[in-house]
Design a protein around this ligand. Sequence first.
Ligand code: FDA
Length: 311
Amino acid sequence: MIKDFVLTAANVPAVHHFVTENTLGRQIASRFVAGETLDMAMPVVHELTRRGVHVSLDHLGENTTTTAEAEAAARDYVTILERINATGADANISIKLTALGLDIGEDVCLRNVRLVLDEACKYHIFVRIDMEGSKYTEPTLRLTHMLHEEFADASAVTGGCVGTVVQSMLFRSADDVARLVEAGIRVRLVKGAYREPSAIAFSDKLDVDENYRGLMHTLLLKGVYPAIATHDERLVVEATRFAREHGIAPARFEFQMLYGIRRDLQDRLVAEGYQVRIYVPYGTQWYPYLTRRMAERPANLFFVVSNLWRG
Ligand code: FDA
């Protein structure tokens, strides 16, 4: 599968070096990434707000290997939260537990996430814990459940100030959704961007999509302000049809899309009265994020290769 090939090739150090040191690599990244600093990202946030969409800011970074790096990532998030609060930006944040030290130890990670959540809850800003590769599914869900209870009373945010993500490519996701819904935790539903073994994940895209459809119905019916995160127009249309048929008001859920992808669909949904949130990543650590965007859509890759060929 091309997705597996791209994700494997991206790990080869020479490929990494070539893309990150190449001007074209940076140009391609700028389609999906809102600059390298918070000062560059904030005007993008305000521009998106003018278009009527909400934002989730992600400071790029994952798999930190030292406690100092993980603490620095947490401090960066505190700075982002202060900036969102000070400017009144219509934004929440998305974090990755491996950026905050999950590979080093759960104690390190928890200390850093608590720092971020203390600040976020104080400002009533929601924090989404992104879902990473399947090695992290179990700890991510366990920590989310724990933190949801711990911070339950700390904020006026609907469903509490922390939520997470479920990937429809994993066999386990129906059970995970059931437990998250039962606990009243907000869920963002995605298909899944990582390479996973066939023992635990659907390898046929049709199955991933079909599972998405079923989980989406469950979340729309029973979830707390679920986020339907996809650019798949058929699923988006299905969500609107299902919500209409079941009397679920547009204010009770939101669509989410990635910065730089399907702007036409984003604008159409806003015009139709739906809530739309754009995931806006920024920072210097854009390489892993970019490779996942390339792997999702071979056309992106062909565009890169043909430009490299032309020099
Ligand atoms: P699909 O891949 O079937 O694409 C449907 C259509 O969307 C394509 O035909 C194309 O038109 C367009 N499209 C999709 N990807 C594109 C791209 N890269 N470039 C250009 N066009 C593209 N994953 C994860 O594992 N953990 C997470 O925490 C998150 N978080 C997250 C947040 C948000 C807001 C979104 C939208 C997505 C994620 N993802 C994620 C990524 C997700 O798992 C998935 O890989 C992508 O959304 C692509 O899948 P689609 O649902 O868009 O469908």
